[in-house]
Design a protein around this ligand. Sequence first.
Ligand code: NAD
Length: 438
Amino acid sequence: MAIITRARKARKATAISQQAEEASVFGEAINYFDAAAASLDLNPNVTRILKHPSRQVIISIPFQLDNGDLEVFTGYRVQYSFARGPAKGGVRYHPGVSLDEVTALAFWMTWKCAVVDLPFGGAKGGVTCDPTKLSVNELERLTRRYAAEIIEIIGPDKDVPAPDVGTNPQTMAWIMDTVSMHHRAHTPGVVTGKPLCIGGSRGRVEATGRGVTIAIEAALEKMGKSLAGATVVVQGFGNVGSITAKLLAERGAKIVGIGDQFTGLSNKGGIDITAAIAHLSATTNKRRSLEGLAGSEQTTNSDLLELPCDILVPAALEDQLTQDNAANIKAYLIAEGANGPTTPAADRMLTEGGVTIIPDILANAGGVTVSYFEWAQDRMGYYWRESEVNDKLRDVLRENFDAVWETARSHKTSLRTAAYMVAIRRVIDSLTTRGIYA
Ligand code: NAD
């Protein structure tokens, strides 16, 4: 068996990581924290603690390719905070994954769990790889080895991973099985976003998109506007983007633009979202792309974001709305399905231009909320009906959306700053009540 040193590939991966480092996603994320902290008159000692991740783990993951060779990828798990409970956050498989990105994502998870008042801290994990280039068997071996490498630090009372970009319920099933085998104990609560047959929750697959839809409806209600007939562009057509587009279309919105990493599509008359989802399911090649969907004009990913529309839902990756395109955005409402899609500079330009932005930590919190329900059901061994899950999700999101909206109104600030204010207050309450073991 040969161990491959794919120098060129490694150099490319490093170049991607270095770009991420230079831009520092975590550095940008901290900007949002600082803006909210300034309005809260925080104790500087507590602020210092909150600006540091509790634990960052980097691992090498050797695994066997189908041709018998061994490949080694780099993986991460960052546990940002345990103040409110076990750490919680997804696992991302993508070529751009870096320690900086995973740290930023773990940071956002901390505030996301707190803004919807869940008893979790924040975490995130990832492997720098291109899952579209790996077979199912290779993905399984990679996932099992990744799980085995972080087995001491994950668990229902420690840290609970879930799917993110490039991973899915099957990935969670492999992690759950690997942990259960090592512990010699059935451990469904170690991950959420699992398939139903092994302790997943009804409604989890749709939960993030459903949450984005609930947040959009809540914002429109507050703004005195209607979803029926509103035009919508959705960037990213994976779990979050496709479900959001489907649910918004079902509620009368007209989806005039959708896109994935390979193509963008537009149609002023409205795109048939059911057909788009069916097109992806029928795609046999591993790209599972919207390419080739009939009945729409092709556009680029960047043009997609600038299409005329009322509501824009970035649901792909971070840093999509930047100072280069912010002035060209036509939407009056942006709902951040993705984590960190708007840079601080773009956020300022858009907010000053009168655009309402429902921030990621609130807009896409539906997924982690139903993950919390899944974790609770796994611990009880008692599973709920889908209608019960969806009703509870709506209650949690509406109640906390209202709290954020009211904070924004009373402090005359953006929804983003208000969401961080609500979340930071809750984390600090837990932290200071427990006391700092210093
Ligand atoms: P996914 O892998 O299912 O889909 C990602 C989509 O984005 C795909 O359509 C992909 O083609 C597209 N994409 C990737 N790179 C792109 C690029 N450069 N330009 C345009 N499109 C691109 O992932 P997902 O689970 O839908 O997650 C999307 C975003 O939502 C991520 O930021 C993730 O962190 C966030 N999020 C996901 C969940 C969840 O429950 N899945 C929860 C909260 C937040």
